[in-house]
Design a protein around this ligand. Structure first.
Ligand code: SF4
Length: 77
C-alpha cells in the first residue's frame, strides 16, 4: 500500500493528526497508527472521518473512537 492509500485524505487539516487535540504525543501516535495511517479500513472506523463523509465538520473534542454512533453525534450537535 502506498502512503497515499494509507493516509487519511483529511490528515493535512485534521487537528488530531496535526497534534492539536492531544497533549500526549504517545497517545496521538497510537490514534494515528490505528486510524489515520491504516488505510481505508482505519479511517472508516474513525468517527471524525465518518462525520466528514456525511458533510459535517467535527468539533475538536470528537475523538476517532467516540463511543456514540455517528448518528448519535449528529443528533447531539
Ligand atoms: S482518520 Fe480521523 S483522526 Fe485521522 S486524519 Fe482522518 S479524520 Fe483525522
Amino acid at each position: 500500500m502506498s502512503d497515499n492509500e494509507k493516509y487519511c485524505p483529511k490528515h493535512e487539516t485534521c487537528p488530531l493528526f496535526q497534534g492539536e487535540m492531544l497533549a500526549s504525543k504517545k497517545a496521538q501516535k497510537i490514534y494515528m497508527r490505528l486510524y489515520c495511517t491504516a488505510g481505508e479500513k482505519g479511517r472508516n472506523r474513525c468517527r471524525r472521518f465518518q462525520l466528514v463523509q456525511k458533510g459535517y465538520t467535527p468539533a475538536e473534542d470528537i475523538m476517532p473512537n467516540d463511543d456514540r454512533s455517528v448518528e448519535a453525534i449528529i443528533r447531539d450537535l
